[in-house]
Design a binder for this molecule. Structure first.
Ligand SMILES: Cc1cc2nc3c(=O)[nH]c(=O)nc-3n(C[C@H](O)[C@H](O)[C@H](O)COP(=O)(O)OP(=O)(O)OC[C@H]3O[C@@H](n4cnc5c(N)ncnc54)[C@H](O)[C@@H]3O)c2cc1C
Length: 322
């Protein structure tokens, strides 16, 4: 069975959730082999094994920690030439997409970005699925040339465990001078909030224009904290400056796929839905019974969020006490 190379996203030895999603997709196409650039593979190995990695190609030389994406693209290009994989899967993050583009040029292959699913076609060819125009049109694509390089959106595919050996295979690659042109001079750790990361959280509570103001939006944070959830926002809220842009959910924001998504005061525009419609359970609170969000909600509460949420908070507090 042909290998499918999966570029691991990791930090401090911790495997990012998207890597488990990529491994799940890779298993549909062939034998998943992780490519790990930089330190920490030993710490991450168990998690990779849990999601079916057959082996882990580890390139742990200073180039991969000290430079931006170019050395990783060279590493993948060299492995692609050596292993002739059925496909190369990377996370559809900013870095992942840049690596995918560079790799496509180096290997003269086709690249498919923003995939929300990956499957094997009737003849085994990797097929990527894309949700275009905010999810209104679904497109299936294949590459016409070379090794398919597919950048998959984080949170689009559910990660499913399936045991693998995750055999560590050290690899060395000579990185060109050109790839060392841009160095990382400093790592600044973003101030961590007490809340879970928006794209990794199992519960997300999002607020929209219905919150009325930055002060009004605070009720969304209260509900999120009562549920141990991450906070999200519609673009109307972030554009108005009521909440920072990094929390925007949707086509031009983050894609989330939690177990529970609570949308309060959000109309459910197609561009918002594009970032949350794969959530497992959706609860909508909106005073307009015609709001489009109710079309995709599992539970819809028609009412003023400033009356509904305090009642919810009371119930959650009682539940916690009792
Ligand atoms: C290219 C492009 C990209 C975009 N990308 C994104 C994106 O990534 N994410 C995104 O969110 N949007 C995006 N948008 C904007 C999108 O089209 C909508 O304008 C936006 O999602 C609307 O946000 P909203 O639902 O908060 O506001 P509105 O559409 O104004 O809806 C507010 C809702 O709150 C309800 N409401 C009001 N008061 C209350 C109350 N007291 N209690 C309960 N309900 C109340 C109203 O009934 C209404 O349904 C994009 C648009 C374009 C053109």
């Amino acid at each position: 069975m042909a290998e499918v190379l999966v570029l691991a996203e990791h930090a401090g030895g911790e495997v990012k959730k998207v890597t488990c999603e990529l491994l799940t997709a890779a298993r549909r196409l062939g034998e998943p082999a992780v490519v790990w650039a930089g330190p920490g593979a030993d710490e991450g190995r168990d998690r990779l094994a849990e999601f079916g990695a057959a082996r882990v190609y580890v390139a742990d030389s200073p180039e991969f920690a000290g430079y931006v994406v170019a050395p990783t693209a060279e590493l993948l290009s060299s492995l692609a030439a050596e292993k002739s994989p059925a496909a190369v899967l990377v996370a559809g993050t900013l870095a992942g997409k840049e690596i995918a583009g560079r790799l496509a040029v180096k290997t003269e292959s086709g690249v498919l970005t923003d995939a929300i699913d990956v499957s094997a076609g009737p003849d085994g060819t990797p097929v990527a699925t894309h949700a275009n125009f905010g999810g209104a049109i679904t497109v299936h694509s294949t590459v016409a040339k070379g090794t398919p390089i597919i950048a998959v959106r984080p949170n689009a595919i559910s990660a499913e465990p399936s045991p693998g050996l995750a055999e560590i295979v050290p690899v060395s690659v000579s990185v060109s001078d050109a790839a060392r042109a841009a160095t990382i001079t400093e790592h600044v750790v973003a101030g961590k909030s007490q809340r879970p990361d928006l794209t990794e959280a199992s519960i997300v509570v999002s607020g929209g224009r219905g919150t009325g103001s930055a002060e009004g939006f605070a009720i969304i944070e209260k509900l999120a904290d009562a549920l141990g959830a991450a906070v999200g926002a519609s673009r109307a809220v972030t554009d108005a400056g009521w909440y920072p842009h990094q929390f925007q959910v949707g086509q031009t924001g983050k894609t989330v796929s939690p177990q529970l998504y609570v949308a309060a005061g959000i109309s459910g525009a197609i561009q918002h839905r594009a970032g949350m419609q794969t959530s497992k359970t959706i609860i909508a609170i909106n005073k307009d019974p015609e709001a489009p969000i109710f079309e995709i909600a599992d539970l819809g509460i028609i009412g003023d969020l400033f009356k509904v949420i305090p009642q919810l908070l009371d119930q959650i507090a009682k539940h916690k006490q009792g």
